[in-house]
Design a protein around this ligand. Sequence first.
Ligand SMILES: [Zn+2]
Length: 337
Amino acid sequence: MDACFSAFDKDGDGFLNIEEFDGICKGLFRNDRGIVYSLDTNTLEHIFNIFDTKKDGLIDRQEFTMCWNKWIKTIIRPVNIFLIIDVQNDFISGSLNISNCSAQQNGLEVIEPINRLLDTVNFDSVFYSYDWHPTDHISFIENLNLRPLDPSSPVNVETAQLYDTVVFEGSPKIKQRLWPKHCVQDSWGAQLYKDLKVVDNAMKIYKGTISDVDSYSVFWDNKKLTQTTLGTQLSQLNATDIYVCGLAYDVCVGATAADALSIGYRTILIDDCCRGVNLNDIEKTKNSVIKNHGVIVQSNEVKTMVEGRDRRPELGYKLALEIEKSMKKDIEKDKFN
Ligand SMILES: [Zn+2]
């Protein structure tokens, strides 16, 4: 750390000014071929200000220690999690075969690139999620008559079609998209697709297990009332970077990426390892990941990123924003005590 500080403190005054800090960023944010990713001035200034805690326009050795421990170390040595979402029979060739949905995408196409990543990339941990419903699950169109609809529901029991959204009675009311019966617990349809590689020591996460609430995200149910074990397991692993992919792009993958970002993880969505339901919604998913400081990559970019040889500025900025948030929280706490 000291060597790093001295090497970038070009004028040797014992402080890093913003130009010298820019030098560090140019060293950090580059790919394995030495191509530097440029940071725009506003982003650079924002990151600099986060670590310039004394707000004197300079980063001293003490401030740099925090920057090193909380930021640079993670950027160079991230803890990488591979989260493979719902690559189950029903979504590929079963009752909710996504090729019957409007985007007409083929779920089978995710198998080859996901297997290749499992074979060639050394993730710290691999998770597989399962959509895992009881037979009376609220999302099944077959179960529409099991629960009363709210008068505000745009469609009623007689007119409701597959993929429509209805509103069930309740406090609060429950908005629910109607899917064909799928991924029933312990059924063939809920099994992972047979050609998907399952690595040793992988973790399995089951979601959508409660009858009265659907779960798109692998972290939370759609009402954010119940959590899976994923959040706890990730914090026990000191995870920093979450690579998400699977089925369906604009439903469970999108919801999971959104939650990963809001919890504060550096989140990478692997585009060619996802297939979805609706082209418009897939676009929206991508836009929201980018807007929330995640990145979207192709599977052939993953290996060098996991190895810390391709370091993306978007993820560095995301981490800096999280550090800023936790510093603000600490200040609030101090005020309180
Ligand atoms: Zn489901």
